[in-house]
Structure formats: structure tokens, C-alpha cells
Write a protein that binds this ligand. Structure first.
Ligand code: UD1
Length: 417
């Protein structure tokens, strides 16, 4: 298993090109199931999760042709296997995204129930309820969700909890349903908007994506399209926090500043200088930071996927601040690892109180999930001496060439096989 060795202490400086967003690419890849014509995508990041999704779509019958570096053409002319097997779903929960489009186009789909997950129980009940409201018959058999419907019918669906992939699954299903579907309390995440834009390019009739109410007028079929995947706002945020923590200056290129308003606000509150243009963001800092309170909530509030990185920042800031996680119940697993580096953190329920310490000291730590891994990399970049991060396969799920990008910015980081 690979690990990362980081020698902390260098201020990071320079430019970094941001990759396509993992969380936009995954649903958009599954949109290929909605049409018999080719879907041509660009800015698709090379990530383990993307590879898993391509393997799943390939298993179902989609022809997958990667051409230039980050381009992929998908053709779902015939889909003989309308099933997502357990082996694939268990490695990546986002596999549930094949349920809506497969059911809508073929009238049947079988998707393994995703098991427990390291960051909480993460049920899929809202995906199922929404499809049932659209007329699907759903049974759970041998650990699989088995969904059937002659043709889905438009429905008014009010979701109890804001769910990102739930909104995406139902939006894709509704695109081919008969009649109009209204999704109330829909997720407003930029990735939902990116998927909607791709679906609209494919002929879907969707209004309101990016707001809490999305209206979808179903059409009998969709056609092929080309689409460029939006920039990854979490990757962007992670590099910008690295600039602030190391007392450096990083310009993120090919970024989408409008998707990062709450994160950029927090960086400014912490004392970093933030400037931006249409598609770039620069953060400069002397490394002297104030601790900032963070409370995660659905977009446009502060994203849970940036919580761990701001915890790392608070560890070395002056003062104390609270980090409250409201989306996932078990998303503080990085706390124990940060403590191994000398951080002062107390957890009480969903809130962590972080008291800044003058310095962190390198140690061996273990990555437990994707964003926790990113937080440990950030901590390692400022810790005195060497930090070894084990189990970094989590990092490869969501960060494209992270050690290469960090090295270009002046970090001393090395992958050990
Ligand atoms: C997506 C993102 C993930 C991010 C999360 C929250 C992708 C591929 N992943 O995950 O990176 O951390 O949004 O921004 O886009 N819930 C239910 N019932 C459901 C579905 C969800 O109760 O049927 C709950 C979950 O347990 C959680 C909350 O809703 O507490 C939000 O989860 P959700 O938005 O669905 O997360 P994902 O879409 O899985």
C-alpha cells in the first residue's frame, strides 16, 4: 500500500491548474445511460473513482472511449446489463447514480445497496422514495434495490433532507419521465447545476437547477451532446488552504471562484489575502492565521468536504475555534490523527473545539477517508520534520496527481510504494 512522505516547512508558491470536479464527473458519466447517442466529455479528471464509474458503465454495456488526456466518449446504445454489482458499489457509493437513468430509460434496474460507509450511515432512502413517487415498484432483494416501471411519471417530490446524489438521481430519472416533476428542497450544489447543463445539452427540459426547487418536464428521449466538466471546487479549496497554512502564495488556474464563496470568505477571515478573476483565485499569506469557526451545511453554506482542511488550518492558527459538522455523523476521524501531530482538539458530539498550537510535529498518521487524507497532507506540509501518511489510496480517489502538483509548488513530498 502506498504512503506519502512529507518534509514540512516549505512555503508553497506558484500556479496550479485545477482538475475537473470528481463530484460533477461521476453523475455526468452516468448521464450516458440516458441516450443511445454518444456523450462526449472533456475535463474528466483521472481519478480512482472515475475509473470505478467507467468500469461500472463498461460492465453495464456502455462503450467507453478515452481519447486525449481528459476526454471521454461514452456510447450507451445498448445496455444489456442493467445492474450495478455489490463489488463495485461497495468501493464507491456514487454507483447508486446509475439507478435513476437506467430505470427511466429501460424500465428496470438493479443496484446493490451501498453498505455502511466510513463517514456515517449514509442511507439512500430518499433516492428510493423519490422513484416510488414517480411510480416505480421497488423491492429490496438479496441486498439489491430492484426497481421497475413501465414509464416513470412526473411527480411533486419534497425531500426531507438535502441530498446531492439523491437530487441528481431523481433529476436524471425525471428527464425521461412522462409529465412534469418538481423536486423541492433540492440540493443547490454547483455539481447539480453542471449535471443539469449537460442534460439540457442532451435535450432535457430542466428549470431551476441551483435553486431549492427544480422543475423537470420529461421528454421521450435524449440525444448525444458534448460537455466540459466544471472545475473541482474542493481541490481548489484544498490548494488555497495550503497556501494560507504554509505562508505562501498560490494561484489556482481553471478554477470557478463563484462556487467557493463561503470557503474564500473563511480564508479571508483567517487573515489570508484572497484575490480572484473570472477563472482564477489567488491566496497569499504570511502564515500568521486566526482560527475561524466553521459550520458545515448544504450549499451555498460551508461544504462538509472542506471541513477537515479547515480543521488543519485551525490547528496552527492563533486562538480557538469551533468546527461543527451537520451533514455526516462520523466525520471527525482525522481528529485522532491530527492529535498525533500535536494538535489540541476536543470533540463533543458534532462539534470540535480546536485550540491553535505554535507548531505541529511530524509523525506517522493514517488516512481514513478522502478529505481526512487531504487534511493530513496539509498538516504535514507545516509540521516540523517528517510526516508519513499511510493508506493514501483514499487520496487517489479524489485528487488528481496531488503530489506532482504540490511538488511543483515547492512542497517536499514523495510517494513511497
Ligand atoms: C455528496 C458528495 C460528497 C459530499 C456530500 C455532501 C458526490 C459523489 N458526493 O455525497 O462528496 O460530502 O454530497 O455535500 O457528489 N441522506 C439521507 N437519505 C438519502 C440520502 C442522503 O438521509 O437517501 C443524508 C445523508 O446521510 C447525509 C445527508 O443526507 O446526512 C447528505 O448526504 P448526500 O448529499 O446524499 O451525500 P452524497 O450525495 O452521498
Amino acid at each position: 500500500m502506498d504512503s506519502l512522505l512529507i518534509r514540512g516547512g516549505n512555503a508553497l508558491a506558484g500556479e496550479v491548474r485545477i482538475s475537473g470536479a470528481k463530484n460533477a464527473a461521476l453523475p455526468i458519466l452516468t448521464a450516458s445511460l440516458l441516450t443511445a447517442e454518444p456523450l462526449v466529455l472533456s475535463n474528466v479528471p483521472h481519478l480512482k473513482d472515475v475509473g470505478t464509474m467507467l468500469a461500472l458503465l463498461g460492465h453495464m454495456g456502455v462503450t467507453v472511449t478515452p481519447d486525449e488526456r481528459n476526454h471521454v466518449t461514452l456510447c450507451g446504445e445498448s445496455i444489456p446489463h442493467r445492474e450495478a454489482p455489490y463489488e463495485m458499489v461497495k468501493t464507491m457509493r456514487a454507483s447508486i447514480l446509475v439507478l435513476g437513468p437506467t430505470l427511466a430509460r429501460f424500465g428496470e434496474a438493479r443496484v446493490s445497496l451501498p453498505g455502511g460507509c466510513a463517514i456515517g450511515s449514509r442511507p439512500v432512502d430518499l433516492h428510493i422514495k423519490g422513484l416510488q413517487a414517480m411510480g416505480a415498484e421497488i423491492s429490496i432483494e438479496h441486498g439489491y434495490i430492484h426497481a421497475r416501471a413501465k414509464r416513470l411519471q412526473g411527480a411533486h417530490i419534497a425531500m426531507d433532507v438535502v441530498t446531492v446524489t439523491g437530487t441528481e438521481n431523481l433529476m436524471m430519472a425525471a428527464a425521461l419521465a412522462e409529465g412534469t416533476t418538481v423536486l423541492a428542497n433540492a440540493a443547490r450544489e454547483p455539481e447539480v447545476v453542471d449535471l443539469a447543463e449537460c442534460l439540457i445539452a442532451m435535450g432535457a427540459r430542466i428549470e431551476g437547477a441551483g435553486s431549492g426547487v427544480i422543475t423537470i418536464h420529461g421528454v421521450p428521449e435524449l440525444h448525444g451532446a458534448t460537455h466540459r466538466v466544471m472545475p473541482d471546487r474542493i481541490e481548489t479549496g484544498t490548494f488555497l488552504v495550503a497556501a494560507a497554512m504554509t505562508g505562501g502564495r498560490i494561484r489556482a488556474l481553471d478554477a470557478a471562484p463563484e462556487t467557493l464563496v463561503s470557503v474564500l470568505g473563511k480564508l479571508a477571515d483567517a487573515g489570508a489575502k484572497v484575490t480572484q478573476g473570472d477563472d482564477w483565485i489567488e491566496v497569499e499569506s504570511d502564515g500568521v492565521l486566526n482560527a475561524v469557526d466553521v459550520r458545515t451545511a448544504p450549499h451555498p453554506a460551508f461544504p462538509t468536504d472542506m471541513q477537515a482542511q479547515f480543521m488543519a488550518l485551525n490547528c496552527i492558527a492563533s486562538g480557538a475555534a469551533s468546527i461543527t459538522e451537520t451533514i455526516f455523523e462520523n466525520r471527525f476521524m482525522h481528529v485522532q490523527e491530527l492529535r498525533r501531530l500535536g494538535a489540541n482538539i476536543e470533540v463533543s458530539g458534532h462539534t470540535a473545539l480546536v485550540r491553535g498550537v505554535p507548531r505541529l510535529d511530524g509523525a506517522t498518521v493514517m488516512a481514513t477517508d478522502l478529505r481526512a487524507s487531504a487534511c493530513l497532507v496539509l498538516a504535514g506540509l507545516v509540521a516540523a520534520g517528517e510526516t508519513t501518511i499511510e493508506r493514501i489510496y483514499h487520496l487517489d480517489r479524489g485528487y488528481e496527481r496531488i503530489e506532482e502538483k504540490l511538488t511543483q509548488l515547492g512542497a517536499r513530498i514523495q510517494r513511497i510504494h
